[in-house]
Design a protein around this ligand. Structure first.
Ligand code: 15L
Length: 272
């Protein structure tokens, strides 16, 4: 059985993956926040010494750790730029070849919603967060070409048991579908550097995900059965930029609150 490190294991995606992949791999869970689990190692990946400690002796890494929404540059720099570099570099020094990097739909969030994009499009990040995901993709490309490491870059839409709103009908991915894609990233032989979209088989998808299908991905879920209820409930938005582009509010927001945080009043002079 392969030993797989999951960084950022206390987050939403990490929690789903730890549950879905338990039993398939010997999991080592890590995060800078605490978690009560026998296989958990607390570590702050913005410190190289800690990245070296957690990546030692694993067969593959699922690198989820980092800041997961738009936010202050300093937080993104530490977690997503320095943290990502430390994990990839620590993997190289420890001889770990295979990395699954959950990048994001926000690496391409400034593509329009009336466009279908595939894995070959030039990145079009919608936020500092999106830029940090493009950095991870570029760093992976370098480490693949220069050091022969192997990367599956999964541009994740939104992992949830059910889609949350109209935008997520186009980019939703169920926990079992993301687990399937991540398993492909861990086990598929001969991956050098591939980009796929982490979405279920949504009829409203903005993505040509043929590269994932080529690697054997067979999504089980589709957001369509949730569509009617979501569309009935959703109020029209006056944010024309957010409505036009795939990244939604990431395209306009300066400071997207963490999920569950209280809503701030709208700022004056915001782009419409
Ligand atoms: C992401 O990349 C975030 O990590 C997640 O929290 C969601 O905001 C998601 O994108 C989304 O676009 O819904």
């Amino acid at each position: 059985m392969k030993t797989v490190l999951i960084t950022g294991a206390t987050g939403d995606v990490g929690t789903h993956l730890a549950r879905e992949l338990a039993g398939k791999y010997k999991l080592r869970l890590s995060d800078k926040r605490p978690l009560k689990a026998r296989n958990f190692v607390k570590a702050d990946i913005s410190r190289m010494s800690e990245a070296l400690k957690i990546t030692k002796g694993v067969d593959a890494i699922v690198h989820l750790g980092g800041y997961s929404v738009e936010g202050p540059w300093e937080a993104i720099l530490q977690a997503n730029i320095i943290g990502c570099y430390n994990v990839f570099e620590a993997a190289r020094r420890n001889g770990v070849k295979r990395i699954v990097f959950p990048t994001s739909n926000h690496a391409t969030g400034f593509y329009r919603r009336d466009q279908t994009i595939d894995h070959r499009v030039y990145p079009s990040p919608d936020s500092r967060y999106g830029v940090s995901k493009v950095f991870g993709e570029a760093l992976g490309s370098l480490y693949a070409d220069k050091y022969g490491m192997e990367f599956l870059m999964v541009r994740i839409g939104n992992v949830n048991p059910a889609p949350l709103d109209k935008r997520r009908l186009s980019l939703w991915i169920s926990p079992r579908d993301i687990a399937q894609l991540v398993s492909i990233g861990i086990d598929h032989p001969g991956i050098k550097f591939e980009i796929v979209y982490g979405v279920s088989r949504n009829q409203r998808s903005w993505y040509d995900n043929s590269n994932a299908y080529r690697l054997g991905y067979q999504p089980q879920d589709d957001s369509e059965p949730f569509a009617q209820e979501i569309l009935q409930k959703e109020k029209p938005s006056s944010d024309l930029i957010a409505e036009t582009y795939q990244g939604g509010v990431f395209c306009t927001a300066e400071d997207v609150p963490l999920p569950g945080a209280p809503k701030k009043p709208a700022k004056k002079g915001r782009r419409k």
